[in-house]
Write a protein that binds this ligand. Structure first.
Ligand SMILES: [Zn+2]
Ligand SMILES: [Zn+2]
Length: 451
């Protein structure tokens, strides 16, 4: 069983990640520090890894005030050469071509290291620049708002379209609890929302193991489950932003994120609730609107999906008619039409290319359906482990977070389409796909033919 502990200097150590599940496991090789008063120790942490003395420090006006200024001063005092890249913005900071350009143009041939001072958008910007430049980068976290600090993928915006670019992990992540506690409550709630979604991710992974034979990693699954459970038990502390509450939240985000490094995929941390949240974001961006924050969307999507999972527990899967379902299976043409309806022609085609759907022969589909029926008890048990929808809704409400799509400003048509077809945003097995295969999608996810 994985256990998290800290060394005296705040370095996070995750022990017990040995596992024989069959997934390819990598041991993360990052230095992560969590604690109080860590910004002044940044030069020492960087030196320990031998990352160089010439750096570009990227931030915006807000993160400069709360941590960037102190970090730059500490580095300069320790003999580092710091080029400040403060990206002033009128409105919301976006990880787009303008931001990436600013960081790249702040670099010179002498630059050895990039430092991102911020949360999701600034770290994503720096992550892709570091990758392109072949340089290491460090993160000074400023808000416990998402699980992307340990990420190896950068979600970016190019010409208003959301894209993902492969990158590498940060060498060093410094999370100072006093800095994180300055984050406004909606950002804290966003972090909690991102964590709560992981209940569903774990259940779906287990269901996929039963139905498709995908390897489930119990170590990663339990790391995430333990982190979410501790978080749920400490919502009042998190809402009050006590050092303990903030530590529990950032630890949950970092530990979940570490599973991505261990198995090289986001299976343990993102399920259908993430698909739905990404779908909302993508469609709103395409429409020129400003989407809600990632974690807020994931939190609300979790609140919407959980009751569907729970209702499904009383479904009698032995009644599924295999022959009839093979004959009336969801076809490629239907899938394609759904993608175009949801995302529009251009983005829809792009997503189809990025996520070529699984195509099963009639015999394979019949076998799939038999496996579903044979594993009905296991599927139900995986869902049974999910917390009650009421407990998750009340946790989100305690943080003043939205719990419905309407509260996030998602129009009803988009909400309905994303519920039914958002699962196809990624080619990954989910209970919602199982519903489609069993002919139960209309019943649980709604019929969108007239939309
Ligand atoms: Zn997430
Ligand atoms: Zn494993």
């Amino acid at each position: 069983m994985a256990v998290v502990r800290y060394e005296n200097d705040g370095k996070m150590i995750i022990e017990g990640i040995y596992c024989s599940c069959g997934c390819r496991h990598m041991t993360p090789n990052q230095d992560i520090y969590v604690g109080e008063g860590l910004i002044s120790r940044l030069p020492e942490y960087i030196a320990r890894r031998g990352l160089g003395k010439n750096c570009v420090l990227a931030c915006d006006d807000n993160t400069y005030q709360i941590a960037g200024k102190a970090a730059a001063e500490a580095l300069s005092a320790a003999g580092y050469s710091v080029t400040l890249c403060n990206m002033h913005r009128e409105g919301k900071f976006e990880p787009d071509e303008r931001s990436v350009g600013e960081v790249l143009l702040s670099m010179t041939e002498k630059t050895e290291l990039l430092i991102a001072v911020g949360s999701g958008s600034i770290t994503d910007t720096v992550r892709v620049c570091a990758m392109r430049a072949g340089l290491p980068y460090c993160i000074v976290g400023t808000a416990p708002s998402m699980d992307g600090y340990t990420s190896v993928v950068a979600p970016l915006i190019l010409r208003r379209v959301k894209i993902h670019r492969d990158a590498k992990p940060a060498e060093l992540i410094v999370c100072d609890l006093a800095v994180l506690a300055t984050a406004p409550l909606p950002m804290i709630a966003s972090g909690v929302g991102d964590v709560l979604g992981k209940y569903i991710a774990r259940a779906e992974w287990k269901i996929s193991e039963l139905v498709t034979g995908e390897t489930y990693c119990p170590v990663c699954g339990d790391m995430v489950k333990d982190a979410v459970t501790t978080l749920m038990e400490n919502i009042p502390d998190i809402a009050k932003k006590t050092p303990r509450g903030i530590k529990i939240l950032i630890e949950a985000l970092l530990v979940s994120g570490t599973t991505i490094l261990m198995i090289g995929k986001t299976r343990a941390v993102a399920g259908v609730e993430h698909n739905i949240a990404h779908t909302w974001e993508m469609v709103q961006l395409l429409g020129g609107e400003i989407p809600p924050s990632h974690g807020a969307a994931v939190g609300a999507a979790t609140c919407i999906c959980l009751p569907v999972f729970k209702r499904f527990m009383s479904e009698d899967l032995s009644l599924v008619d295999t022959k009839e379902r093979v004959k009336n299976a969801f076809t490629y043409d239907e899938y394609r039409a759904a993608m175009l309806k949801l995302y529009g022609n251009v983005a829809g085609e792009e997503l189809i290319c990025e996520n070529p759907p699984e195509r099963l022969s009639d015999a394979e589909m019949a076998e799939r359906l038999e496996r579903i029926k044979k594993n009905a008890v296991g599927i139900r048990a995986a869902i049974d482990e999910l917390p009650s929808p009421e407990s998750v809704v009340s946790a989100m409400k305690a943080l003043g977070a939205p719990v419905t799509a309407a509260q996030l400003g998602i129009p009803e048509r988009l909400e309905k389409l994303a519920m039914r077809y958002g699962v196809y945003y990624r080619a990954r097995y989910s209970l919602f796909r199982l519903m489609e295969e069993c002919g139960l999608a209309d019943k649980y996810l709604g019929n969108c033919d007239s939309l």
